[in-house]
Design a binder for this molecule. Structure first.
Ligand SMILES: Cc1cc2nc3c(=O)[nH]c(=O)nc-3n(C[C@H](O)[C@H](O)[C@H](O)COP(=O)(O)OP(=O)(O)OC[C@H]3O[C@@H](n4cnc5c(N)ncnc54)[C@H](O)[C@@H]3O)c2cc1C
Length: 403
């Protein structure tokens, strides 16, 4: 069946969805709210091996950006080693997980999409949409409209499409943690290049990775129980913010305080959210994918990976299904259990980061004991996340039933 698809959002899920649909023989147009895409949103992220495998099915190679991140180590604020984990098993050709600047990833995906002939319209913010038997009509803030056979809402955490599909859909949930980070030069961390070093500090979670050039990329999650307003965050003076972070890490073992001090610029604080289970993913030829359907806490490092996997599975369902609704139903059956398990795990991992001084001690003991147990057994309870693979050529069959 040949369709035309409206894709709302030109982030990771939207741009890749366009690439995946083209591969499936469906004609997409991407509508992005901002003038130049969301290039500067966030700093860096790690694409785990499951994300890299899904990107490969679409012919997208990210090997020219970022650097390899094969392992992570966990230590406590006192410097005690809690454990070491692989960031998933390498792909058969040895490819390991990769840390990339978000802006580089967006640029690479967009260039790939444009090379495939995908049309991306900027400054087009979806405000409303109506779907029915024959297609979907979308309305944009600029007064314009667009029509298609289906609409894919890849419009992120604050998704408008989620609310159009189900006005009672849950909104975002604040995690009690802020995010910040930076790039430091001239500090020797003692860590091997590429290895992700996570420190469960006395007052704050910190993670750092050394780029092969010697530059150190870091991120931190200061706890802030009561949700601050955007205006309160904007009002934080950059020098005060730096001093506050240095103070948070002053008593911790490891390089956190030095890295904060050695960074030219520190990202202004932003808030961490997830979205509790969204009961309704699709209605009347409209569907949500990526963060719009299942935003997971950043702590698990899988939000972008889930969005990437979504795009491949949805394109396959649309390629093989006799109709749009049957494709959406099959897609949900293939994806819901996995992404909700990831969201749940992300939520629990995030909870470990913001613990106070008393809860921190049992957490570190439990974590160290768990890691020792896993090392002895050679077991990794996260394998189900990393080992997921999608075979593009395998037809989606047996899942189609009318909804
Ligand atoms: C601090 C932090 C660290 C993270 N680290 C990792 C990591 O290491 N690994 C990992 O896999 N994931 C990570 N994630 C998660 C990952 O960034 C997200 O899951 C991913 O970006 C989701 O992609 P998306 O395309 O669904 O949404 P987005 O990338 O947010 O894209 C949504 C797009 O839709 C546009 N849009 C919004 N509303 C409209 C509208 N009404 N009309 C038109 N366009 C609209 C937006 O402008 C945006 O371009 C992290 C997240 C955070 C916050």
């Amino acid at each position: 069946m040949t369709y035309t698809s409206l894709i709302v959002g030109g982030g990771i899920a939207g741009t890749l969805s366009a690439i995946a649909l083209r591969k499936a023989g469906i004609e997409p147009v991407v509508y992005e709210a901002y003038e130049h895409g969301a290039d500067n949103v966030g700093a860096f992220l790690t694409l785990a091996v499951n994300a890299l495998a899904a990107l490969r099915t679409l012919g997208v190679d990210v090997g020219e950006i970022g650097f390899e991140t094969p392992r992570m180590t966990l230590t406590s604020g006192s410097g005690r080693k809690l454990g070491e984990l692989r960031y998933g098993e390498p792909l058969p050709d040895g490819t390991v997980s990769r840390t990339v600047k978000r802006a580089d990833l967006y640029r690479l995906l967009r260039e790939h999409a444009v090379r495939q002939g995908v049309r991306i319209e900027y400054g087009r913010r979806l405000v409303d949409a109506h779907g029915g038997g024959g297609g979907v009509l979308a309305r944009f803030a600029d007064g314009g409209t667009a029509e298609g056979d289906l609409l894919i809402g890849a419009d992120g955490l604050w998704s408008r499409t989620r609310k159009i599909i189900d006005p009672a859909a849950p909104g975002v949930r604040y995690s009690g943690l802020l995010n910040t980070g930076g790039y430091a030069r001239g500090v020797r961390t003692g860590a091997e290049p590429g290895v992700m070093s996570a420190i469960f500090g006395r007052h704050c979670f910190f993670v750092h990775l050394t780029h092969p050039s010697g530059e150190v990329w870091w991120a931190a999650n200061p706890a802030r129980k009561a949700e601050p307003t955007r205006a309160e965050l904007d009002a934080i003076d950059p020098q005060e913010w730096r001093a506050h972070l240095v103070e948070l890490f002053r008593r911790d073992a490891g390089p956190a305080a030095d890295l904060v001090a050695a960074s030219d610029e520190i990202f202004p604080a932003w808030k961490t959210y997830d979205v509790p289970s969204v009961p309704r993913w699709h209605r009347d030829r409209m569907i949500v994918i990526g963060d719009a359907a299942h935003a997971t806490a950043p702590s698990i490092g899988q939000g972008a990976a889930m969005a990437i996997e979504d795009t491949v599975v949805l394109a396959k369902c649309l390629r093989d299904s006799p109709g749009v609704t049957t494709a959406f139903t099959a897609y949900e059956r293939l994806r819901r259990e996995r992404v909700e398990r990831v969201v749940d795990q992300g939520n629990r991992t995030g909870g470990w980061k913001g613990l106070g001084p008393l809860a921190r001690i049992p957490r570190d003991l439990v974590m160290a004991a768990g890691m020792r147990f896993m090392a002895r057994r050679g077991a990794d309870p996260s394998r189900w996340i990393y080992d997921y693979r999608i075979d593009w050529d395998e037809p989606v069959t047996g899942l189609f039933r009318s909804a």
